[in-house]
Design a protein around this ligand. Structure first.
Ligand SMILES: Nc1ncnc2c1ncn2[C@@H]1O[C@H](COP(=O)(O)OP(=O)(O)OP(=O)(O)O)[C@@H](O)[C@H]1O
Ligand SMILES: [Mg+2]
Length: 217
């Protein structure tokens, strides 16, 4: 489902952010991408989304060569991927409901379907009562759950979650990890970037460790 072959990405600094990285993820598999701050975790997620271009190597996502995608094909790739960004990237001038509903609207879903699916995912993430609030009116943990709701509402083939529990307390983290487990059991391929070892203990899965841009299994 996701394949990296000798991928290097440099932002122009003294060493590449990601260096000669090779790994493969099968459909339905889940991995933790672990490693210290600055190791290159978010960069790997951005490369999969085609938000950054590699300097070298090949990236295949759902059979598509990401480096060779034309600009017009990028939205198609992103439609099949749910992303929880480390900094959430919620749209400040839209309500939580509208943030979560947006991908369904763009895909042309019917109003009734949009309401049904959006309400259901907001309830599952226990954020339904904030649906008419705006992102800046929410706590960090609430924004994080809204960001996860937005990633999940479109029932993505791939979920990329960058520190999705970084702002949550232990009990909420357990609930969120339960939801992620269920989604994985339904066949979604998942990459979860984190430096929190507690998550891994809660739900052990394959580990890809990255340090200074170099990946080790
Ligand atoms: N847009 C950018 N421009 C320049 N350098 C960048 C950029 N984004 C990331 N870097 C650098 O690339 C390296 C890897 O960053 P990245 O964000 O991938 O790390 P990370 O593992 O996600 O860290 P954290 O755990 O703190 O989120 C760091 O040295 C960082 O400073
Ligand atoms: Mg990061």
């Amino acid at each position: 489902m996701i394949q990296f072959y000798h991928v290097t990405k440099s932002y122009g600094g003294p060493r590449p952010a990601v260096s000669d990285v090779t790994f493969q993820l099968k459909k339905g598999e889940m991995v933790y991408l672990t490693g210290p701050s600055g190791a290159g975790k978010s960069t790997i997620i951005k490369l999969i989304l085609c938000a950054e271009e590699p300097n070298d190597g090949q990236i295949l996502v759902a059979g598509r060569n990401v480096a060779r995608l034309k600009q017009k094909d990028i939205p198609g790739l992103r439609r099949s991927i749910g992303v929880v960004f480390q900094d959430f990237k919620l749209i400040e001038r839209k309500s939580i409901f509208e943030n979560v509903a947006l991908s369904l609207r763009v895909a042309g879903a019917r109003e009734e379907k949009i309401r049904e699916k959006t309400d259901s995912v907001l309830k599952a993430l226990d954020i339904y009562k904030k649906k008419d609030s705006y992102p800046l009116e929410l706590s960090g943990g609430e924004q994080q759950r809204a960001a996860l709701a937005r990633a999940l509402v479109k029932e993505p083939v791939i979920l990329l979650a960058d520190e999705p529990t970084g702002n949550l307390d232990y009990d909420t983290t357990r609930i969120i990890m339960g939801i992620i487990k269920d989604i994985n059991a339904l066949g979604t391929t998942i990459i979860l970037a984190t430096h929190n070892r507690e998550l891994i203990e809660m739900m052990p899965r394959r580990l890809l460790h990255i340090d200074a841009g170099v990946v080790n299994e």
